[in-house]
Write a protein that binds this ligand. Structure first.
Ligand code: SF4
Ligand code: MG
Length: 315
């Protein structure tokens, strides 16, 4: 499998009033063709910011440092027109707020069809057939009706599924999906999972899936990255990490699942504007020692994965 995406030392900050919000700190990972990487972590841990950074949707001054390479191209230095073309065709994007991705003035059918007509030589009739097929896969039994709807005539969950249908219809090489199942009921979540499984089975598409739903992550991920307070704290093969998490935060996150007794992690994540000395997780970690409060742990390899924890590295 060849490498599709390479992110090196990405840091993202915003100035908000008097404060600097450090949303993402020194995140590096790569992604191969056909691979599914999920990023998980609590709200505000920086995972959506990574999706925005790869999608080219952040103001340039927010990217403090780092490099994002897609097929060897530095995404930050390509011209805007090329970036727009990539976004429509090679990189599919499903962001958290579906209503922002849809134009309120056009019907759903028109909008998805336009994506096809803009980037391919397909006829209107053929495009309509493709739109109907994509909507059917998203659980709409009568696509003809849905195609005539305007976004404001549909629920948030329906719009979410329209955006997924639109983002995947041209089989992009990379799909970035930020919380694609949030706001959907059980059966609709199943439709989205089934569609992702079909894509994984039938299409050459790499996926970055951002989710706080660990059940969805477990089902779909090849590799998983656990994020806390803007940093990756554990990353590796998803099955291995679900079987045996190493980092105390990962253990806490998995411990909060219903099948593990719903034990919450005590405390809350620090605000991104406050720098926590030492390990960013130390105020909430039952395993902390003096070194954890003083020294910031580096992300280093242990066995088959990367882990950011003094204790794990000393054992
Ligand atoms: Fe806990 Fe220390 Fe590891 Fe941080 S470095 S997760 S405080 S044991
Ligand atoms: Mg595949």
């Amino acid at each position: 499998m060849s490498r599709l995406l390479d992110i090196k030392n990405l840091s993202v900050s915003f100035v908000s009033g008097e404060e600097t919000v450090r949303a993402v700190t020194d995140v590096s990972f790569d992604l191969c063709e056909d691979e599914v990487l999920t990023l998980v972590g609590e709200t505000g841990c920086g995972k959506s910011i990574i999706a925005h950074a790869i999608s080219g949707l952040l103001p340039p001054e927010a990217l403090v440092s780092g490099e994002i390479r897609y097929k060897e191209k530095d995404l930050q230095s390509i011209p805007e027109e090329e970036r727009v073309l990539l976004r429509g065709c090679e990189i599919g994007i499903v962001l958290q707020n579906p209503s922002r991705a849809l134009n309120p003035l056009y019907t759903i059918g028109h909008q998805i069809r336009e994506t096809i007509l803009r980037h391919t030589e397909k006829s209107k009739e053929e495009s309509n057939r493709m739109v109907a097929g994509a909507l059917r896969r998203m659980g709409f039994s009568d696509p003809g009706i849905e195609m005539k709807r305007y976004p404001f005539e549909s629920s948030g969950g329906m719009n979410q599924r329209f955006v997924i249908a639109s983002s995947t219809i041209l089989s992009p090489d990379l799909l970035i999906a930020d919380e694609p199942t949030t706001g959907l009921d059980r059966s609709r979540i199943q439709d989205v999972i089934t569609e992702f499984e079909r894509i994984m089975e039938e299409e050459e598409m790499a996926i970055i899936l951002i989710t706080h739903d660990l059940a969805v992550a477990r089902r779909l991920a090849d590799r998983i990255g656990i994020m806390y307070a803007g940093e990756v704290v554990e990353m590796g093969d998803a099955n291995r990490i679900f079987e045996e998490p190493y980092h105390p935060y990962t253990k806490g996150l998995f411990g909060s699942l219903p099948e593990n007794g719903c034990v919450p992690i005590p405390g809350v994540s620090p605000p991104m504007s406050r720098i926590v000395s030492g390990c960013r997780f130390h105020p909430r970690c039952g395993k902390r020692t003096a070194v954890c409060e003083r020294d910031h742990p580096q992300l280093g390899m242990i066995d088959d994965r990367y882990v950011r924890c003094h204790l794990c590295h000393s054992q």
